[in-house]
Design a protein around this ligand. Structure first.
Ligand SMILES: [Zn+2]
Length: 148
């Protein structure tokens, strides 16, 4: 159809903060660091081992991808806008949860839903939109309940 005004252009999906998860990907994974000496895992990835008893040598650190599934340890519903750089437009209350991953780290993240959330439920990493401008959709990682 000629002259259609709003030719819908696919917006580019851009991580709000670079380097936190593998992207672009159909199966995004969080990017963390692991200490080769003591095995301590840190997310976001750290330049030095977070273990106070371990030597502070960046050579000991390796970059790993975390498991995409974990267990919801605790969660809450937020009724206020997230702190910068995170912003959500339009804002609506959202759930945020701490998820235990097999690597022994607990990762905070938004949940994709505010309903039927239970502690110990299995969740999987996905991405979701926070806001968009004329060109891009800004995304972050989110935890999605695994359908049983
Ligand atoms: Zn260490």
């Amino acid at each position: 159809m000629a002259g259609e005004p709003s030719a819908k252009k696919e917006k580019k999906r851009v991580p709000l903060v670079e380097g936190l998860f593998t992207w672009p990907s159909n199966q995004p994974a969080l990017i963390a660091s692991r200490c080769k000496k003591c095995g301590a895992v840190a997310f976001p990835k750290a330049a030095y081992c977070p273990n106070p008893d371990c030597e502070k040598d960046p050579q000991n650190m390796e970059v790993i991808q975390l498991s995409r599934r974990g267990k919801l340890w605790s969660w809450t519903i937020q009724f206020y806008s997230p702190p910068p750089p995170f912003k959500m437009e339009p804002f609506k209350p959202y759930a945020i949860g701490m998820v235990d991953l097999p690597e022994g780290v607990r990762v905070l993240g938004m949940l994709t839903t505010t309903e039927n959330i239970k502690c110990d439920m299995e969740v999987e990493l996905t991405v979701g939109k926070l806001y968009e401008d004329g060109e891009n959709e800004y995304i972050t990682w989110m935890w999605k309940p695994v359908e049983k």
